[in-house]
Design a protein around this ligand. Structure first.
Ligand code: NAP
Length: 289
């Protein structure tokens, strides 16, 4: 497609091959199903939940897509190699690599052991770079690399230092990769999520001492969690032809979480507290106001 042609946002997935790490559940699974609904082929990676990966693959096929599932622990370089060997043998090419799987230890900094630091780097940062090194030669017609990040890359909150610093490193790698891979027609971007309804956010809010989720959400402008679909839709945009001129960026999907700061509107009292959402036709609301 030339720069002046209008992009049809998702029309181009029918002949694409996408590898999504951690697509047995959550955001990765949601993205796999969206690609499948547009006729895409998806490599479903998982670590231990073979049954959930098989369910994702079955739903991909029901929606008109195709794919394969590959068990691989991306913390292990040999597993990353095996994962890409399967992609190479089965498809011989790749259009999209989505670095979605993540795991870390949720502890205060003084409680982090050396193995926690080493494992978080290996799992979240090293895996991205090693996988991108294998993905690029397979993207002979250009392609897209997207990594998932989170608001802990920029903001500090309890127990998230080990993963937040890894996410910050991913966002920096995105900028370097975007520049070095641009000559190959490969765009590299990150999607930075806020509080998203999934197994991992349920685990996080179960850590002893964590403030209750409802109290936290009250401070988020959208006053709710995001859905995995709302995040995967933005990843889908970055994989689509419509984002052809977007590279090296981090797109934020957080319901406004990262634009507020103390003193929070949610804690303000009259006359500064925000009024309840007005209904249609209320005085001062609408086009005539
Ligand atoms: N949920 C949130 O609130 C939130 C917010 C911002 C950003 N994010 C980011 O979005 C991404 C996805 O999060 P999620 O909440 O959708 O995740 P999730 O529901 O917890 O699912 C995690 C996925 O990663 C896989 N996985 C875990 N360790 C792996 C390993 N070592 N090797 C390969 N696969 C592995 C899991 O496979 P098994 O099923 O086999 O375990 C599963 O498919 C992550 O990068 C996360 O940091 C999430």
């Amino acid at each position: 497609m030339t720069a002046t042609e209008q992009a049809e946002p998702t029309a181009s997935f029918s002949r694409t091959v996408s590898l999504i790490t951690g697509s047995s559940r959550g955001i990765g699974r949601s993205l796999a199903l969206s690609l499948a609904a547009h006729g895409g082929t998806v490599v479903v990676n998982y670590k231990k939940n073979e049954d959930l990966a098989a369910q994702t693959l079955a739903e991909i096929e029901q929606r008109g897509g195709a794919g394969t599932m590959v068990q691989a622990d991306v913390e292990q370089p040999a597993d990353i190699d095996r994962l890409f060997d399967v992609v190479t043998e089965r498809y011989g090419r790749l259009d999209h690599f989505v670095n979605n799987a993540a795991a870390s230890s949720f502890k205060r900094i003084l409680d982090l052991g050396q193995h926690h630091l080493d494992r978080s780097y290996a799992m979240n940062v090293r895996s991205f770079v090693l996988a991108a090194q294998r993905a690029v030669p397979l993207m002979r017609d250009g392609g897209r690399i997207v990594t998932l990040s989170s608001y802990g890359s920029q903001r500090a909150y309890p127990t998230y230092a080990n993963l937040g610093t890894a996410k910050a490193a991913l966002e920096a790698w995105v900028r370097y990769m975007a520049v070095e891979f641009a000559p190959y027609g490969i765009n590299v971007n990150a999607v930075n999520g806020g509080i998203i309804e999934s197994d991992s956010s349920a685990f996080f809010y179960d850590v002893p001492g964590m403030p209750p989720l409802e109290e936290v959400l009250a401070k988020v402008p959208k006053a709710r969690m995001g859905t995995v679909q709302e995040v995967s839709d933005v990843v889908l945009f970055l994989l689509s032809a419509a984002s052809e001129y977007v590279t090296g960026q981090t797109l934020v999907v957080d319901g406004g979480l990262s634009v507020v700061a103390p003193p929070f509107y949610a804690d303000a009292m009259p006359p500064l507290s925000l009024p309840p959402r007005p209904g249609p036709g209320a005085a001062g609301v609408g086009p005539d106001a």
